[in-house]
Design a protein around this ligand. Structure first.
Ligand SMILES: NC(=O)c1ccc[n+]([C@@H]2O[C@H](COP(=O)([O-])OP(=O)(O)OC[C@H]3O[C@@H](n4cnc5c(N)ncnc54)[C@H](O)[C@@H]3O)[C@@H](O)[C@H]2O)c1
Ligand SMILES: [Zn+2]
Length: 359
């Protein structure tokens, strides 16, 4: 079954989700992107798996195609790789009416998107997500970025894609730990959005059945948030649940701990902190929400703790871009489907993390 979710941003675009879509991506893109020169950017793991399929489909539909491959991994989400992509676009003489296609996970999408935002002050781009994380989260919403030494995603731009085509067959080649990274963002979305999705994940639905349904659910939720707050002035900040601590963990590990694993630990820390500090609502006869969140993460093979101390994490978090002067906004889970933005003084963060690290 093929599902389409329309995102009403500027520009508006469709997210199409289903099996086997890469084979037909050329014809599927024709509606959103008039025939042009399509520069496909991908990484060294995805290229041998899917680049030929995409290239053939684009050529068959009538696009002119160039391809660029960079070495896979978060450690390459930096200026050097970005500059390589930009030089490639210039060498291939892409013009304002041409388009970049990001084929890969969140690292590829974030960097190819940023290159599209910068090249000639902005050309179109489309997302062809191949990881669960990019399917449920990063391919939608128009945030693009690279990491700086000082921290995650510190240089970036907002640019909505012109289309997102998510071929769910790609998920079959993912190593289990990369699937788990995507599950972390899906669990985050479930905690933010609704009990139905959370119950399904909690019951192990991820392991067994319809990942496409979970992807569609997550995209639908994110699309709504992004439509109401495209540039993260308010509500969109909720999507950073688990990310203040998560980004700090990534940075402390020199980006060797993957984003999803770091976010999982960050989400667990915030859930326990919320329970301990009295912000969490009790769940009647059910277990505490914090315990349910930690169990769901563990069930998916994700970490719920970290080796870094509250001091080190708070220090790393405070160089994060989400800081505004002396205050920082954290996202507090109160119950499933009910999270709250809380503006705190930077000096309070360490104690909150400490409360969340105590098991
Ligand atoms: N822009 C946003 O809104 C947003 C949201 C969430 C996360 N992110 C970013 O996304 C990044 C993480 O994304 P990710 O987890 O997809 O990482 P990734 O892009 O590095 O992919 C993970 C690994 O899987 C490999 N891979 C990709 N597709 C594959 C496939 N189908 N089969 C086999 N291997 C495959 C990649 O080569 C890589 O080694 C982080 O940099 C994070 O900051 C961005
Ligand atoms: Zn994330």
């Amino acid at each position: 079954m093929i599902q389409t979710i329309h995102v009403r941003t500027n520009p508006e675009y469709d997210v199409t989700i289903g099996p086997g879509l890469l084979r037909e991506c050329g014809t599927r893109l024709r509606g959103a992107v008039p025939l042009c020169h399509m520069a496909v950017v991908t990484d060294s793991n995805v290229a041998p798996l899917y680049l030929k399929t995409v290239k053939d489909s684009l050529l068959e539909a009538g696009y002119q195609v160039s391809t660029y491959m960079f070495p896979a991994g978060e450690e390459h989400k930096n200026f050097d790789t970005l500059s390589g992509i930009l030089e490639f676009l210039a060498e291939e003489h892409l013009t304002r009416t041409d388009c970049v296609a990001a084929l890969g996970g969140g690292v590829t999408g974030d960097m190819a998107g940023l290159a599209a935002a910068l090249y000639l002050r902005g050309v179109k781009y489309v997302q062809l997500p191949t990881t669960l994380l990019s399917a449920v989260d990063s391919s939608v919403g128009g945030k693009t970025a690279i990491d700086l030494k000082a921290g995650k995603n510190l240089a970036g731009a907002f640019l909505q894609p012109s289309a997102v085509i998510c071929d769910t067959n790609c998920l079959e080649t993912l190593p289990p730990e990369v699937s788990a990274d995507g599950a972390a963002e899906a669990i985050k979305t479930a905690v933010l959005s609704d009990a139905g999705l959370f119950n399904a994940i909690e019951d192990g639905m991820f392991m067994m059945t319809d990942t496409a349904a979970i992807i569609a659910h997550c995209v639908q939720y994110k699309a709504g948030v992004v439509e109401r707050d495209e540039k993260e002035q308010g509500e969109r900040k909720l999507l950073n649940l688990g990310h203040t601590v998560g980004h700090a963990i990534e940075k402390c590990s020199d980006f060797t701990i993957p984003h999803g694993h770091a976010v999982a630990a960050g989400l667990a820390v915030m859930a326990r902190a919320s329970k301990r500090l009295g912000w969490m609502l009790e769940e009647g006869i059910n277990a505490w929400t914090a315990d349910r969140i930690c169990s769901a993460l563990r069930l998916t093979g994700l970490p719920i703790s970290t080796e870094y101390s509250p001091e080190v994490l708070a220090q790393a978090a405070l160089s994060d871009k989400k800081r505004a002067g002396d205050s920082i906004t954290i996202v507090v889970p109160r119950e499933i489907g009910n999270c709250e933005l809380k503006k705190i003084h930077v000096s309070e963060l360490e104690a909150i993390i400490r409360a969340g690290l105590e098991v």
